[in-house]
Write a protein that binds this ligand. Structure first.
Ligand code: SF4
Length: 336
């Protein structure tokens, strides 16, 4: 099964809607995504505490604790016949995976989804999240009745020993899931197409980098590669080679090459520029790369090749003017 139909969990789906570049990294190079920091860990830990508390709402419920992925899915399906609330039951349809916190029998053969959140207010992303779960469960053959978001009441400080009924409120968001359901097929197609690319998609920085949560790739994505090379030499020595092979930002690759074009790291610099050549799409990209080859005194023939490519792609007078300018610059330096 290729990346065109790659596995998507709820987490990947939500991240993919946030940013296709983030989805690409999760699918193709997850090592680049740093582990959660202390603050995020603390939020996760609070979420686990709240999740455990919420189960007390359904004392007759049972948790699927099976560790093996396939057996977990099989057991979840089998347990549907028991008609009791199920915690952490997982379902899959078209390689889309969902594991709602709680599903509760509704009517003769239906199920309600209850997703537990640790914040006291509902955000759009929470509704999108439960809409995805509903989509997957319905496509896996379950009849879904209502969707509830269960979260601590505003102003209540949940503590150990406190009854669940005093802590939580359940909000029916079934109607609100409709709009998000309608976008899922398109979103999944976009995310899968992005994941199937050889290089990361070119996504501009924007609000999505910090909303509704700060992107885990924020530091990498916003760094100035040249500055990082100077300040975080060890980090780059380990990570940059990988990035050079995967990153499609011509500008960033040229910056990396500039930093590496010293001593024994010359090979890395050349690799950077070669990779930049593969990723180049425009006449101006090739001009920049040609100039970099020349300025860094790396490969004169490669610089000429790049200018030839630039000429092939150029259509506008301004592009031809740029090529002439670079050619002149290179010739002048050759003479000196
Ligand atoms: S930092 Fe912004 S652009 Fe970069 S991957 Fe994250 S959301 Fe996307």
């Amino acid at each position: 099964m290729g990346k065109q139909n790659c596995f998507l969990s709820k987490f990947r789906y939500i991240n993919g809607v946030k940013c296709l570049k983030l989805a690409w990294y999760e699918c193709n190079n997850p090592k680049m995504i740093p582990p959660p920091d202390e603050l995020t860990e603390a939020v996760f830990s609070w979420g686990r505490f709240i999740g455990e508390k919420a189960k007390a709402f359904y004392p007759e419920g049972e948790e699927n604790t099976e560790k093996d992925f396939k057996r977990h899915l099989e057991k979840s399906k089998k347990w549907l016949a028991r008609r009791i609330p199920l915690f952490e039951a997982a379902f899959m349809a078209d390689n889309l995976y969902a594991r709602p916190d709680i599903i509760v029998p509704a009517g003769d053969d239906g199920w309600d989804i209850v997703e537990v959140k640790c914040n006291t207010q509902i955000h759009e992303v929470n509704v999108r999240d439960i809409a995805y779960q509903r989509f997957v469960l319905e496509h896996a053959g379950l009849k879904i009745g209502k969707c509830f978001l269960m979260h601590p009441k505003p102003g209540v400080k949940a503590a150990r020993g406190m009854p669940a009924a005093d802590i939580f409120v359940q909000e029916d968001v079934t109607a609100r899931t409709e709009a998000f359901l309608a976008e899922i097929i398109d979103n999944v197609a976009k995310i899968r197409s992005a994941c199937a690319l050889d290089c990361e998609p070119d996504i501009a920085h924007g609000e999505q980098c910090v909303k509704p949560y700060r992107c885990p790739l924020y530091d990498w994505c916003h760094c100035d590669a040249g500055q990082m090379a100077a300040e975080n030499w060890d980090f780059l020595a380990e990570q940059a080679k990988e990035m050079i092979m995967l990153n499609n930002s011509v500008e960033k690759l040229i910056k990396l090459a500039t930093e590496y074009a010293v001593d024994d790291l010359e090979t890395v610099a050349i690799n950077s520029l070669q990779k930049a050549q593969q990723c180049a799409r425009h006449s101006s990209d090739y001009c920049d790369i040609a100039l970099a080859y020349h300025e860094l005194k790396l490969d004169a023939n490669a610089a000429v090749d790049c200018l030839d490519h630039a000429k092939e792609l150029a259509k506008l007078p301004v592009e031809f003017a740029e090529i002439k300018r670079v050619e002149k610059q290179i010739k002048q330096r050759d003479r000196t």
